[in-house]
Design a protein around this ligand. Sequence first.
Ligand code: HEM
Ligand code: NAG
Ligand code: NAG
Ligand code: NAG
Length: 362
Amino acid sequence: MFSKALLSIVALAASFTAAVPSANKRATCSGGQTTANDACCVWFDVLDDIQSNLFHGGECGENAHESLRLIFHDAIAFSPALTAAGQFGGGGADGSIMAHTDVEIQYAANNGLDEIIEEQRPFALKHNVSFGDFIQFAGAVGVANCNGGPQIGFFAGRSNDSQPAPDKLVPLPSDSVTDILARVADAGFAPVELVWMLISHTVAAQDKVDDSIPGTPFDSTPSDFDAQFFVESMLNGTLTPGSALHDGEVQSPLPGEFRLQSDFLIGRDSRTSCEWQKMIADRANMLQKFEQTVLKLLGFSQSALTDCSDVIPIATGTVADPFLPAGKTMADIEAACAATPFPTLSAASGPETTIPAVPLDS
Ligand code: HEM
Ligand SMILES: *[C@@H]1O[C@H](CO)[C@@H](O)[C@H](O)[C@H]1NC(C)=O
Ligand SMILES: *[C@@H]1O[C@H](CO)[C@@H](O)[C@H](O)[C@H]1NC(C)=O
Ligand SMILES: *[C@@H]1O[C@H](CO)[C@@H](O)[C@H](O)[C@H]1NC(C)=O
């Protein structure tokens, strides 16, 4: 855990120095792009290929969302507690979920990830890059396609070797907050860092918790990297989006919206509720915390990586300030942070509308 923390500090330091790359390594790639290190040129080819052929012209659609989710499911499979007990604890962000899909896809928490893994693998093979590097890269590019998306650092050069991760290391939406906090603590993350990682659910939908309503999003703006997830997850849930509630699901506040039980509970638990609420008020802070925590998630396993962060596109698009969806008032907010009042938001005008499903990518 300490070495991992240290590596993440090294990774952070590296991302700051990337702004002033050493002149001797600076390269102009065959496509004319410049980068801090000539070892990064291959990633411009990968970028062009996946933007056209995986993300359908740079969209923040289903494949971008799933690619971000895949980062987490590869990387969180890292357990010093298992290692201490004499078992293999998983290799973290090592690409094992793509190299050993036959094993890891059997795990309940990985349900539905086979589609994006099978779509991604040919790109990794074609460009001869390691599975671990590819998963990180695709996740960082995919989320940068979202309006107002974050700038996640990208470090290349991970080994392509991995062993299958053990089961039970990825949290389930039906898990208790105590169990989820214990799992992420084992991997080196504090409760606030769990909240920061869950900023991801602002560009997210479900397919498999209730498989009768695939593409049902967690907030009303699943292509925007905004704070609506943190607002809408705190509204009183009164609706069931499918025909019944499923394991890991609780009632949602808006027609067409889905709420995970874990998000509901983490937003209301005294260990995490104040940080959850804090995400609403300060957008720059939210972006910075997400970038920092995802980098930490990806920061362990190797020390000799090359900083190719300058290949990741800078997100475009704008997002609205946090608002109450039309038809809601502040009285519908179930504020849960005892220390600080919930920020006052204004409601969008018009009648309550149904949130459309995220179209499924082929
Ligand atoms: C307590 C921890 C977490 C739990 C229990 C959880 C659970 C889930 C579940 C059940 C889904 C729906 C999957 C489906 O049915 O298709 C989902 C979607 C998603 N999750 Fe999480 N998640 C957690 C943390 C994270 C983290 C840390 C990230 C990224 C850093 C992440 C990124 C995503 C994304 C982007 C989606 C949307 C996928 C899509 O729209 O296709 N999640 N999550
Ligand atoms: C990575 O490993 C897979 C097998 O798991 C192999 O098919 C692929 O060619 C390897 N890629 C590289 C870049 O070595
Ligand atoms: C692919 O990558 C592997 C591992 O880095 C390397 O040994 C191999 O020579 C590469 N193959 C090609 C065709 O470039
Ligand atoms: C949530 O909605 C239910 C059903 O409309 C209502 O009975 C309950 O009082 C509401 N709770 C809050 C906190 O508004």
